[in-house]
Design a protein. Structure first.
Length: 187
C-alpha cells in the first residue's frame, strides 16, 4: 500500500553548503539520504516530498557539518499481507515470475500463477500452461495477492514478497479481460 507519512530525521549539511541552508537544501539532502531505503515498520521510502519544519542546526565536536532535525512528508510503500496489487513481469525463471511492484519485486511461483500446470519455456522466456494453452512472460501486466512478506531492512533487495494469482479476479490482465468478455457474452 502506498501511503503518505509524516517523519522526522536528522540531515547533515556539509561545510561547503552551509551558505545555502534552506528548506530546499534540506529537502534535497533528505531525498539523497532516504529515498530507496527500507524500514521494517514503514516499508520502502519512495519519495520525500515536503519539508515542514527544520530545527536549529547543531554542531558536533570534531565534525565539520551542521546537523538539522527536520519534519517532512514522504511517500512510503508498505506491502501488506493479503493486499491485491498490479505489477509487470520483470523476469521469468524456471520456478516462476518476478513481478515489479514499484520499489520492489515479488515472486509469483509457477504453482501460484493459475489452477493449470505452468512450465518454463526457456527459449522464449515465458511460462506456458499445459491445459489452457496460456502464456505469461516479461512485460505482461499481472494482478496478484500478497501471501508472504519478509522485509530485510539491512539489505532491501533480499526482502521476500510472495504472490498468488490462483483466485478469481487475479492473474494476467489479458486473461482477466477474456473472462470478463466471456461473462458479458453469457449474460
Amino acid at each position: 500500500m502506498y501511503k503518505k507519512a509524516r517523519l522526522v530525521d536528522t540531515v547533515r549539511v556539509p561545510p561547503e553548503r552551509l551558505d545555502e541552508v534552506s528548506e530546499e537544501l534540506v529537502l534535497e539532502l533528505l531525498q539523497d539520504k532516504l529515498e530507496g531505503m527500507c524500514d521494517e515498520e514503514l516499508g520502502w521510502i519512495v519519495a520525500v516530498t515536503d519539508v515542514h519544519e527544520t530545527g536549529e542546526g547543531k554542531i558536533l565536536y570534531n565534525e565539520g557539518g551542521v546537523f538539522y532535525e527536520a519534519e517532512f512528508d514522504a511517500v512510503v510503500f508498505e506491502p501488506l499481507d493479503q493486499e491485491v496489487l498490479d505489477g509487470k513481469v520483470a523476469q521469468t525463471v524456471s520456478f516462476g515470475l518476478f513481478v515489479n511492484l514499484g520499489p520492489v519485486e515479488a515472486l509469483l511461483h509457477a504453482s501460484q500463477i493459475g489452477d493449470d500446470y505452468f512450465s518454463f519455456d526457456e527459449e522464449n522466456e515465458r511460462m506456458h500452461s499445459r491445459e489452457t494453452n496460456r502464456e505469461i512472460g516479461v512485460g505482461d501486466a499481472v494482478r496478484g495477492r500478497i501471501v508472504t512478506v519478509s522485509i530485510d531492512e539491512r539489505n532491501p533487495r533480499e526482502s521476500k514478497i510472495g504472490l498468488t494469482a490462483r483466485q478469481a479476479g487475479l492473474g494476467k490482465h489479458g486473461w482477466l479481460e477474456e473472462e470478463s468478455q466471456k461473462e458479458k457474452a453469457e449474460n
